[in-house]
Design a protein around this ligand. Structure first.
Ligand code: PHB
Length: 414
């Protein structure tokens, strides 16, 4: 009796959950709620030994491009590998967080874990969403693969979190070192007002001031800041040698560069130095000449010269079209899927055990489109080369051209 009562309630709950999930994707009419990857889409229904990957990313709002990039990267990997790992079909279940929405991310993760019984949860473009889901990964012993979210402490929020992307302190410390080496001594700091911005601001100050520099002022701007003009004016008035910037990828970089151009920041003799989020590959062309000469540090540039990167870009174009230039988010998706594939291979046949999977991620090495990467067995965070790049024009397009590198960088933020 009790079991019957319980199961009918379970059905109602599942139905409600289904309705919520459908409405979550309604802003993205072209996609179904659970969408198979391009590889498996033509395959027959999943068999019991299929690998299920739940992908939680934004497809709407100011961060919509982050979801498209990550999904494109994941699908590029699957497409080049026949949509399977060691002959086991990969079923990709894509969910739209709609943006910076921790509660939605949490609900979607719950559905993927409880109802869909995925083997891995993955994606996570934005820190607050990743933070909200981490306790569920712990509770369900479910490996959670971070394909972008870059606040240092995310990997400490659950022993089931592994990150293939970057951390803000990891890419910021080399920028401060480079600035000091290049005679910059006083800097104005401007970051988005949320966890990755706080990480970037703190690391820049730490490294820069330890080397004899001075951060003369530190401003925080709203995460979706519509107008940078007042901030640019304040920076101009302070007359620093450079401004250090972190804004999340998506739309903020263009807004910052527009105000900087209109208010003549460079003409006032103030250099722009930033993490690569500012000039990420998808936003850089619309910035045009105003971005020329901006120096950034990051882990990936579409201009990175390697056979792995050429293969990646070709694979991405095949699934996402040639109009969209893949950026570091797409690489995060591609490498995250590659890491999952390597772990499935290491574990061999049978149901994926969460604990064994996390052990298998530790120490994993990949030849990424960005260069070599390794998962630190201690922290489950990525170790990688950080490049110093300058924006240059090549033909009709703009690129972050790498000219110096800091190999094997660990996250200094922990
Ligand atoms: C983040 O929310 O962790 C995040 C988002 C976009 C970025 C970097 C970090 O470009």
């Amino acid at each position: 009796m009790i079991a019957k009562f319980g199961s009918s309630w379970l059905s109602v709950w599942l139905l409600l959950l289904g309705a919520v999930l459908s409405s979550c994707r309604s802003s993205d009419a072209g996609k179904t709620e659970a969408e198979p990857a391009s590889g498996p889409s033509s395959a027959p229904a999943a068999t019991s030994d299929a690998i299920k990957v739940g992908l939680i990313v934004p497809f709407s709002g100011p961060f919509a491009s982050l979801g498209a990039q990550i999904e494109g990267g994941v699908k590029a990997y699957l497409d080049t590998h026949g949509g399977a790992i060691d002959g086991r079909k990969v079923e990709l279940l894509v969910r739209d967080t709609t943006g910076l929405a921790p509660d939605v991310a949490k609900r979607l993760a719950q559905g993927l874990i409880v109802r869909d019984q995925v083997d891995f949860i993955a994606g996570f473009a934005l820190t607050p969403n990743a933070m909200a889901v981490a306790p569920l990964a712990t509770e369900a012993k479910k490996p959670m693969v971070i394909m972008n979210a870059a606040t240092s402490s995310i990997t400490t929020k659950s022993p089931y979190v592994v990150r293939v992307s970057l951390t803000l302190p990891q890419v910021t410390a080399p920028l401060a070192t480079w600035a000091l080496k290049n005679g910059i001594r006083n800097v104005y700091s401007l970051v988005s007002d949320y966890a990755p911005g706080a990480d970037a601001e703190a690391q820049f100050k730490k490294t820069f001031e330890a080397g004899g520099g001075k951060v003369v002022a530190a401003d925080k701007v709203p995460v979706n800041n519509p107008d940078f003009a007042p901030f640019i004016q304040r920076i101009k008035d302070a007359k620093p040698e450079a401004v250090f910037v972190f804004v999340p990828a998506g739309t903020q970089g263009i807004a910052f560069m527009k105000a900087a151009r209109e208010r003549g920041l460079t003409e006032a003799g103030i250099r722009i130095i930033a993490t690569g989020d500012l000039t990420e590959d998808q936003q850089i062309d619309p910035m045009g000449d105003s971005a020329l000469g901006v120096v950034t540090t990051h882990h990936y540039s579409a201009a990175h010269a390697s056979p792995e990167n050429e293969a990646f870009k070709a694979a991405f174009a095949k699934v996402a079209g040639t109009q969209l230039r893949p950026n570091f988010m797409a690489v995060g998706g591609y490498d995250g899927m590659a890491a999952i594939a390597a772990v499935v291979h290491r574990l061999g046949p049978g149901k994926i055990d969460g604990d064994k999977a996390i052990e298998a991620f530790k120490g994993l090495e990949l030849s990424s489109p960005r260069g070599p990467i390794r998962i630190d067995p201690e922290t489950r965070d990525v170790i990688q080369t950080v490049y110093v790049r300058k924006v240059e024009k090549r033909g009709d397009n703009y690129y972050n051209v790498e000219f110096e590198e800091y190999p094997a960088q660990k996250d200094p933020g922990k």
